[in-house]
Design a protein around this ligand. Structure first.
Ligand code: PHE
Length: 340
C-alpha cells in the first residue's frame, strides 16, 4: 500500500509537470484527488490494514494528499501566469496609433461676440446692466419720447402681452431704468446687452435678436466723446485700420442722432459686394441723449448731457465672420457652428 501511494504521487506529479493548460490540470485533479480518484480509492482500502499499520499508512496518505494539493496549486498558478503572459503578448498596444478624437464644445458665435463687446466697454470703464424682456409701454416707448401716436412705433412693431405690456423692441428701456435708479449721480457709464423682439423675419432680420445698448451721462459729455468711444470700439472689434463715419439720422430719444458706419471689413473701403460698392457698412444707431429723456429719468437737462448708442449683436457677428444669412445663427446646425 505504501508503494502504491508513492507510485500515485509520482505519476500525478509527472502528469502535472507536463500539463500546459487549466483543462488538463483539472482532469488530473479529478483523476487523483477527486471523489472517485486514485487517492480516495486507496484510502477506502485502509479498512483491510492491520491495526498497527493503519496509523502509519493513514499519515502517509494524508501527507501524500497534502503534498499533491500543494503541487497542483503551484502548477495552476504557473499555468495561469503563462496564459496571462501569452495574452498580454498577443494584445500589444500600439501607442503610436491616433487616439479616439473628441471635440470640445465652445460658445455660440453670438455669445462670443457679445462677450467681446462687453470686454471692450468694460475696458473703457463702462459697467453692465440688464433689464426685463417683457417691458411696459412706458419704458419701451413713452419714456423714450415715443408717444402712442408716434410714427416711430411703426418701425418697431412687436408682440404685445397686454395692453401696456410687450416684448421689448430694443434695449433702450434700460437707459431709463438705470437713470431712474442712479439720478442725479454722475458719471454714469453703462452698457446693456440682451434679447429684443420685432415683427421681422428675413435673411438679415430675425423676430428675436440681440442688442447692446450704451449710455454715458456726465456734466460735459459732447458728441466728441461719443465719436471717440465708438471709434475705439470699432478698432478693437474690427481691427486697428477700421475707419468710422457718422451720418445724420433720427431717433426720438436722441438729439442729434446718427448712424455710425465702419469702413467695409471685406474690402477695407474700396467697394465690394458686401458693402454694396459703397465701402461702408452701417453698424449702429447713436446720438446725444434727448433732454426730455434725461428729465423723465430724473436728471436735470440743464446740468447734464449724455450720449447713447445701440448695436445689433447679430449684425456684428455676421460682419465679423462673413455670414450672409442671419437665420444660420439660430438653426443650431453644428456643420455651420463648427466653422466659426
Ligand atoms: N434703440 C435704437 C434701435 O433699436 C438704437 C439706438 C440706441 C439709437 C441708442 C440711438 C441711441 O434702433
Amino acid at each position: 500500500m505504501e508503494e502504491k501511494l508513492r507510485a500515485i504521487a509520482q505519476e500525478a506529479k509527472q502528469l502535472l509537470d507536463r500539463a500546459t493548460n487549466m483543462d488538463q490540470l483539472n482532469e488530473i485533479r479529478v483523476k487523483f484527488l477527486g471523489k472517485k480518484g486514485e487517492l480516495t480509492k486507496v484510502l477506502r482500502g485502509m479498512g483491510a490494514l492491520s491495526a498497527d499499520e493503519r496509523p502509519r499508512i493513514g499519515q502517509l496518505a494524508n501527507s501524500v494528499q497534502a503534498d499533491l494539493e500543494d503541487y497542483l496549486n503551484h502548477s495552476m498558478s504557473e499555468v495561469k501566469n503563462k496564459e496571462l503572459e501569452a495574452q498580454l503578448a498577443g494584445e500589444k498596444i500600439d501607442v503610436t496609433l491616433p487616439g479616439t478624437p473628441f471635440s470640445l464644445g465652445k460658445n455660440h458665435p453670438l455669445t462670443r461676440v457679445q462677450q467681446e463687446i462687453e470686454d471692450i466697454f468694460l475696458g473703457l470703464g463702462f459697467s453692465i446692466m440688464e433689464g426685463p424682456e417683457i417691458e411696459t409701454d412706458f419704458y419701451n416707448f413713452e419714456a423714450l419720447n415715443i408717444p402712442k401716436d408716434h410714427p416711430a412705433r411703426d418701425m418697431q412693431d412687436t408682440f404685445f402681452t397686454g395692453p401696456e405690456e410687450l416684448l421689448r423692441t430694443h434695449t433702450s428701456p434700460i437707459q431709463i431704468r438705470t437713470m431712474e435708479k442712479t439720478a442725479p449721480q454722475v458719471p454714469l457709464k453703462i452698457i446693456a446687452p440682451g434679447r429684443v423682439y420685432r415683427r421681422d423675419d428675413d435673411a438679415t432680420h430675425s423676430p428675436m435678436f440681440h442688442q447692446v445698448e450704451g449710455l454715458a451721462v456726465d456734466t460735459r459729455i459732447t458728441f466728441a466723446d461719443l465719436k471717440g468711444v465708438l471709434q475705439i470700439f470699432a478698432e478693437e472689434m474690427f481691427g486697428i485700420k477700421t475707419r468710422t463715419r457718422f451720418r445724420p439720422s433720427y431717433f426720438p430719444f436722441t438729439e442729434p442722432s446718427a448712424e455710425m458706419d465702419i469702413s467695409c471689413v471685406m474690402c477695407g473701403g474700396k467697394g465690394c459686394r458686401v458693402c454694396s460698392r459703397t465701402g461702408w457698412l452701417e453698424i449702429l444707431g447713436c446720438g446725444m441723449v434727448n433732454p426730455r429723456v434725461l428729465e423723465v429719468s430724473g436728471y436735470d437737462a440743464e446740468k447734464f448731457t449724455g450720449f447713447a448708442f445701440g448695436m445689433g449683436v447679430e449684425r456684428i457677428a455676421m460682419l465679423k465672420y462673413g455670414i450672409d444669412d442671419m437665420r444660420l445663427l439660430f438653426d443650431n446646425d453644428l456643420r455651420f457652428l463648427a466653422q466659426i
